[in-house]
Ligand binder design. Structure first.
Ligand code: ADP
Length: 627
């Protein structure tokens, strides 16, 4: 009785498949790398399961076999790894798209070159088979199941697949590609061998092909029993001596473990000896993966113990703010039966994690110093994630702070390029603080009235415009013994750089009491207080908050995120030299005073990027002022 069923791919899977086939065609050979990579992962998993359950040992050497048939136009790749159950086939390569696929597809532009880049970032995987195949047949038996519980999955990649249970002798997966017409170039012993050497040399397990028949002196094939031979190097790359590994090999290994289409930016490979003995090969990608901020993301560090693969995604091996790092850590001391639970509370793991973290920070420091262009690339992709380290990693806060880059009022670039060290080195000896402003955008920050006095006094200010910056600045209270201060804090103290004006200021404030009272009465409970400003030069007014209060920008971010924010009122600061203030001072009409006070309040709110309660009223008041 046939138990064959036909099912449909999820819409997103269909779309992704079509896009992939079109945009990756010029790179069609990568299908082999992707399938070999999956086969190797499957053997890794079986080897690990065998440690716990020796019954899963099928008695065969663990290897991958590649063959082709010129007449049938097929390429066949087999592994004797873990295999998949019926449900796993459906889940892994059938209907269900990875989380975030839909969002990802929406980003694609239809421009093939650009999309090929993006698709690589998504991880092409199994579906790359359809770049070269008009039909893909997959037969798989999960280790531990009975021979008649194997599964055969067939699809032409257009929208549906069939699935049925079949017989298979040994656990593992066989994939048969029925090639599209114009792929005869792949049906060649020489071509397949060179693709394996190019892309999959570093795979830990033997990749075998039939021995090429020898030719006799007349050029005829010598009859011999078919025999398999290993085509790749087949030993763990990271165990080899650094000097014997080429950059190409490092890069291909990266693509295998990271499921990334692009070359990595940099890597570090080292053996650590001491109480914990381990080898680490860690990479920094050149592009952020599409799911960097997705909490269901996969692929971090792979943990090996004495060269046996233990687990993917060992999130305990690096802190969260280094989640962009890919690579492997191979421990000599950990017990093979380690589980995720054990990892959670293992002192050995803590030591490895701390060592790996330091290694990555050194790698970044080195890049910042010696390869500034690469560092800029890195920072563009991952700077905002690195910043989380200021909050997350107290022990390394100073090192991370040095790695941060900012746009500033002096740098004249919207890109973050200035380090805190540079800032401090440039500041005058009088300046004992580091000033920053947080705002919604570069322009809002750069043109904020809060910066007027800083421009006048030639004091550099960091322009912080990423969402995370509010949190970072509240955790980074000082750098190099200099306090970080928001230019919008109420008791702005420009320190020695501003001693004289402070005296003048007091006298001014005394004289200004009547006009301040007028404004305060007019604005009522909109504000906490009105003060004479020290920071404005051209604008009439601005809003400030208490030094330890929540910034106006932070309040807005929290409200946008739907969080309840405690009610707090800003203080209005006014510039007595401004014509509007002179007007208020001069008028005796209560209505006119009120209108003018509201105008200067609303202007200050607008400069903070706030929404006005009543924009129409603001416009009416402005118009009547002009006329
Ligand atoms: P990725 O490898 O990026 O996870 P793929 O589309 O290549 O994505 O594969 C999806 C999943 O299918 C894999 O994570 C794995 O669980 C399963 N899979 C693919 N190939 C094999 C194989 N040869 N043996 C066992 N499982 C496999």
């Amino acid at each position: 009785m046939s138990n064959k069923q036909t099912m449909s791919f999820q819409t997103e899977v269909k779309q992704l498949l079509q896009l992939m086939i079109h945009s990756l065609y010029s790179n069609k050979e990568i299908f082999l790398r992707e399938l070999v990579s999956n086969a190797s992962d499957a053997i890794d998993k079986l080897r690990f399961e065998q440690i716990k359950d020796p019954k899963l040992n099928h008695g065969q050497e663990l290897f991958i076999e590649l063959s082709f048939d010129k007449d049938k136009k097929t390429i066949t790749l087999s592994d004797n790894g873990i295999g998949m159950t019926y449900d796993e086939v459906i889940e892994n390569i059938g209907t269900i798209a990875k989380s975030g696929t839909k969002k990802f597809i929406e980003q694609l532009s239809g421009d093939e070159k650009k999309d090929a880049n993006l698709i690589g970032q998504f991880g092409v995987g199994f579906y790359s088979a359809f770049i070269v195949a008009k039909e893909v047949e997959l037969i798989t038996l999960k280790a531990g199941l009975k021979n008649d519980e194997a599964v055969c999955w067939i699809s032409d990649g257009s929208g549906e697949f069939s699935i049925e249970t079949v017989n298979k002798e040994i656990s593992g997966t066989t994939i048969i590609l029925h090639l599209k017409d114009d792929n005869d170039d792949l049906l060649s012993d020489w071509q397949l061998r060179s693709l394996i050497r190019k892309y999959s040399d570093h795979i830990n397990y033997p990749i075998k092909m039939l021995k090429t028949p020898e030719l006799d002196k007349d050029g005829k094939e010598v009859e011999a029993a078919p025999e398999l031979e290993t085509v790749n190097k087949a030993n763990a790359l990271w165990v080899r001596n650094k000097n014997d590994i080429t950059d190409e090999e490092y890069k291909e290994f990266y693509k295998h473990i990271a499921h990334d289409f692009h070359d990595p930016l940099v890597w570090t490979h080292s053996r650590v000896e001491g109480t914990q003995e381990y080898t680490q090969l860690l990479y920094i990608p050149s592009q952020a993966p599409f799911d960097l901020y997705d909490n269901k993301r996969r692929y971090g560090i792979k943990l090996y113990i004495k060269r046996v693969f233990i687990m993917d995604d060992a999130e305990k091996l690096l802190p969260n703010y280094l989640r962009f790092v890919r690579g492997i850590i191979d421990s000599q001391n950990l017990p093979l039966n380690v589980s995720r639970e054990i990892l959670q509370s293992s002192k050995d793991i803590d030591a490895i994690r701390s060592g790996a973290t330091k290694k990555i920070l050194s790698l970044l420091e080195d890049m910042a110093k010696n390869e500034p262009e690469n560092y800029t690339k890195f920072y563009k992709e991952f700077g905002n994630v690195l910043k989380e380290g200021i909050i997350e990693d107290f022990a390394n806060k100073d090192r991370i702070a040095k790695l941060l880059r900012f746009a500033t009022t002096t740098s004249n670039s919207t890109e973050p390029t200035v380090s805190l060290e540079e800032y401090v080195a440039r500041a005058s000896s009088e300046q004992d603080k580091i000033y920053y402003i947080t705002a919604e955008s570069y322009n809002a920050a750069k043109n904020s009235p809060h910066l007027e006095i800083f421009k006048q006094k030639n004091i550099e200010v960091l322009l912080l415009t990423d969402r995370i910056d509010e949190w970072v600045s509240s955790h980074l209270s000082d750098f190099d013994k200099k306090q970080l201060v928001s230019v919008a804090s109420a008791n702005l103290d420009l320190g020695k750089a501003d001693e004289k004006t402070e005296e003048e200021q007091k006298a001014k404030a005394e004289a200004a009491k009547p006009v301040l009272e007028k404004i305060k009465t007019a604005l009522g409970d909109k504000i906490k207080d009105v003060n004479v400003t020290t920071r404005l030069v051209n604008s009439p007014s601005c809003l400030v908050v208490d030094n330890h209060g929540m910034s106006i920008h932070m309040e807005r971010l929290l409200k946008q995120a739907g969080q309840a924010v405690p009610e707090s009122k800003p203080t209005l600061e006014v510039n007595l030299d401004h014509v509007l203030l002179k007007k208020i001072d001069g008028t005796v009409d209560a209505d006119q005073t009120r209108d003018l006070a509201l105008i200067i309040y609303d202007q200050a709110a607008l400069a903070e990027g706030l929404q006005l309660d009543d924009p129409t009223a603001f416009v009416t008041r402005m118009n009547s002022l002009i006329s």
